[in-house]
Ligand binder design. Sequence first.
Ligand SMILES: Cc1cc2nc3c(=O)[nH]c(=O)nc-3n(C[C@H](O)[C@H](O)[C@H](O)COP(=O)(O)OP(=O)(O)OC[C@H]3O[C@@H](n4cnc5c(N)ncnc54)[C@H](O)[C@@H]3O)c2cc1C
Length: 390
Amino acid sequence: MAEFETVIAGAGIAGLAAALLLARSGRRVSIFERTAVHYEVGAGLQLSPNAGRILEHLGLGAALDAVAVRPVAIDIYSAAHPRPVVSLPLAGSAQRSGGIYRVVHRADLQAVLLAAVHNDPAIELTLAAPLVDLKSTPEGIDFSIAGRSHRARLLIGADGIRSVVRPLIDPSWSPAPARRTAWRTTIPADDAPADLARDRVSVFLNDRSHVVVYPIRSGREINIVAIVEEDWEGEGWAEPGDPEAIQAHFRKAPTLLADIIAAGVSWTRWCLRAVEPSGPWHSDHAVLVGDAAHAMLPFLAQGAAMAIEDAAILARCLTRQPGDMEGALALYERLRKPRVTRVWHAARQNGTIYHMGPLTAAFRDATMKALGGERLLARYDWLYSWKQNA
Ligand SMILES: Cc1cc2nc3c(=O)[nH]c(=O)nc-3n(C[C@H](O)[C@H](O)[C@H](O)COP(=O)(O)OP(=O)(O)OC[C@H]3O[C@@H](n4cnc5c(N)ncnc54)[C@H](O)[C@@H]3O)c2cc1C
């Protein structure tokens, strides 16, 4: 049996970030990733300052800037208004939150993290290596990969919403479908409607649906995510979606929004699911980070950001208490839970606000307009200004 000090299950954003941060604190880390080819097509991510700051600290700021876009604002449209109801000025927020807001293709972020992992001699990454047959023992976590037995003194479950590590810690766990589907596509920027602003995030609130649009790949492509209320419960994160079905959803939407949806040629669907953050996140030799611990609805664009924050705090706790792993894991859970729980619920609440019907939407729009972009953004200072030592 091969024995490891620290194993990470999963090389998604949580796993790669955790590996880099743990290696930086002096640990040797082995990552095992289920899939063979490690990239994802067709999706963007908003990378808010609270997470960007950690990646900059790892020296990845320039690599990120080479592929990302720094949006100047978040414009919020509502079905009843042809022009944005309110615009949240992100350029100003950089001064306030002390960080940069970026939008990036997920595969580009993954590639930046992977390059750093490959350059770090303390990290060993094995692809096409799913962990199976996991078992807790007093000495560590036993598992198999391709028929070979292994033991990890510390196993970090960064294996996403269908985690195989989670049942070791929380047997009652199950991700709950949110009765909402994310339809996603990217298009060349040249194919987007001429009226779409290319330098910002545009959020279109519609009747019981919403659409988020922003530039990625240094502005060459536009990412489009449409969230609609549906009972479909498909398992995959990128099942093919019929363009006519999503166009039908937005046929009566304002012209700009209908045109954006019509510009999408090849759509994928993802049934949104969430995992309550209240369950346990660690046992004696295992701990969860990212979606495995607390998958959240994407209405605050914080799932990946929280995964990166988790990684930073876990590395710090393990460094602070080198001879007391159980104490370090308990401290990690204690430090992370209040913040993640707040973000998790704020994301859920945004879903309700974004999907209001026409009557309540009128009140919502009037409130947003009265508050104005600066004050609306200031309501998220607690989120974006977060620093590791806070
Ligand atoms: C539509 C949509 C839009 C989003 N937009 C944003 C956004 O703008 N900003 C943001 O911060 N977040 C966003 N999120 C959330 C974000 O995508 C997730 O929170 C984040 O990707 C979670 O990362 P993770 O590494 O925890 O999990 P995952 O990305 O799921 O990675 C898990 C990894 O573990 C591997 N794995 C699984 N099982 C095993 C096993 N047995 N052995 C080995 N490996 C295994 C998988 O192959 C995978 O590579 C969005 C989510 C959705 C659905």
